[in-house]
Design a protein around this ligand. Structure first.
Ligand code: 5GP
Length: 194
């Protein structure tokens, strides 16, 4: 693939839907794909290294980079900031590598504006999972009816967002979902790598 023409694939979906595992499988099958390393203000988990899983930044440094326009998208999630650095994506595209972004939904919505040519894939949980979330929340009996309704409203809102994306993959089984994801990206990968 000539430099500068490689594609960007955005893979998003609700938290806990298994995007990471699915992308891991995809990268094994299509090793020419490169995962963009995001920046975050959260602390590294045991075993995570700076520049490998994430670029771990202090909040002030993250804000400085936001102000300098260094992010393609950024979002607050669970009390921390996460974002995709333009430099991470650009250098891969320039060297002819297709890029995968694994990001949450608000960030993916921004990419639609900042990089409309990116191919967007929404990973959705299988339908029964929504029912089991409801059952779990009701069953544990610790949340008020309002709190449960609030959590379910967030889950419903996230699922409704999937219509904004080009492709939907239901993560019903890892094998099946990986096949679907591979079928989505394959037409945009170079001939030589298929
Ligand atoms: P974790 O802290 O578990 O690694 O990630 C939390 C969430 O942040 C996940 O849904 C993950 O996909 C998302 N995330 C990771 N990197 C980025 C990023 O660069 N931008 C956005 N918007 N979300 C991200």
């Amino acid at each position: 693939m000539p430099p500068g023409t490689a594609k960007v694939f955005v893979i998003t979906g609700p938290s806990g839907v298994g995007k990471g595992t699915l992308i891991g499988q995809l990268l094994k099958r299509r090793p020419e794909l490169q995962l963009s390393i995001s920046a975050t203000t959260r602390d590294p988990r045991p075993g995570e290294a700076d520049g490998v899983e994430y670029h771990f930044l202090a909040p002030e440094e993250f804000d400085r980079r936001v102000a300098a326009g260094e992010f393609l998208e950024h979002a607050a999630y669970s009390g921390n900031q996460y974002g995709t650095l333009r430099s991470e994506v650009d250098r891969r595209i320039e060297s002819g590598h297709p890029v995968v972004l694994e990001i949450e939904i608000q960030g993916a919505e921004q990419i639609r504006e900042t990089m409309p040519e990116a191919i967007q894939v929404f990973v959705a949980p299988p339908e029964p999972e929504f029912e089991s979330l409801k059952a779990r929340l009701v069953g544990r009996g610790t949340d008020s009816a309002e709190a449960i309704e609030g959590r379910l409203a967030v889950a419903r809102h996230e699922l409704a967002a999937q219509e904004h994306f080009h492709h939907q993959v239901v993560n019903d089984s890892l094998e099946h979902a990986t096949n679907q994801l591979e079928a989505i990206v394959a037409p945009d990968l170079s001939e030589s790598s298929q």
